[in-house]
Design a protein around this ligand. Sequence first.
Ligand SMILES: Cc1cc2nc3c(=O)[nH]c(=O)nc-3n(C[C@H](O)[C@H](O)[C@H](O)COP(=O)(O)O)c2cc1C
Length: 223
Amino acid sequence: MSDLPNVDGAAFAIPALIDPQPQALPHPPRILLLYGSLRERSYSRFAVEEAARLLQAFGAETRIFDPRDLPLPDSVPADHPKVAELRALSHWSEGQVWCSPERHGAMTGILKAQIDWIPLEIAAMRPTQGKTLAVMQVSGGSQSFNAVNQMRILGRWMRMITIPNQSSVAKAYEQFDEAGRMQPSAYYDRIVDVMEELVKFTLLTRGVSAHLTDRYSERRAPG
Ligand SMILES: Cc1cc2nc3c(=O)[nH]c(=O)nc-3n(C[C@H](O)[C@H](O)[C@H](O)COP(=O)(O)O)c2cc1C
């Protein structure tokens, strides 16, 4: 440490990896899926339901949060049942999928409000840190990446491992049948790819998440 005088030497060493076989965890990967619309026929919900089916086929356990009746952030105490449900699901999950419609060139407030109800830290527990994340969007117009790009920033802020692949479904109204099932297309294949990648990243990282997110600045003695 002689040429690093401002470094706390006691905290500097990278802690040993406790579990060298993260894939060996016995339970299926746990994935929470969030969508960003309350429309009766919502394509972002349909896309998330399609993603959940694929995740189950890849061996994951899935939960989809229904954002209906979730109050706006800070308008009620955090023990509101919908807020408590969302936080418990986030805590339960090892990976997440966020799928927002693009509205006015941005993710929807409904998607953002869900994330804003999940604080980075609750009583020393971080409900999103170190979990994997896949981002998806649906649009009414031509293919766009505004919402997924914003959700990548949000994922970074929530200290999540956002996977490289992503899905953006253009003209979403052409992609789903009456029953809400997605038609075969390159967009569908892309969602398969994204879910496959999410499961792989989750299997590889979930057992070592605490190790990956351990930080020098939080190990070192205060002062
Ligand atoms: C107020 C409003 C703004 C929208 N802005 C955009 C936009 O900027 N880009 C786009 O491609 N589609 C836009 N759309 C179309 C939506 O992305 C499309 O209807 C999408 O399917 C909505 O998601 P949902 O089906 O899950 O409700 C907009 C729709 C509304 C109602």
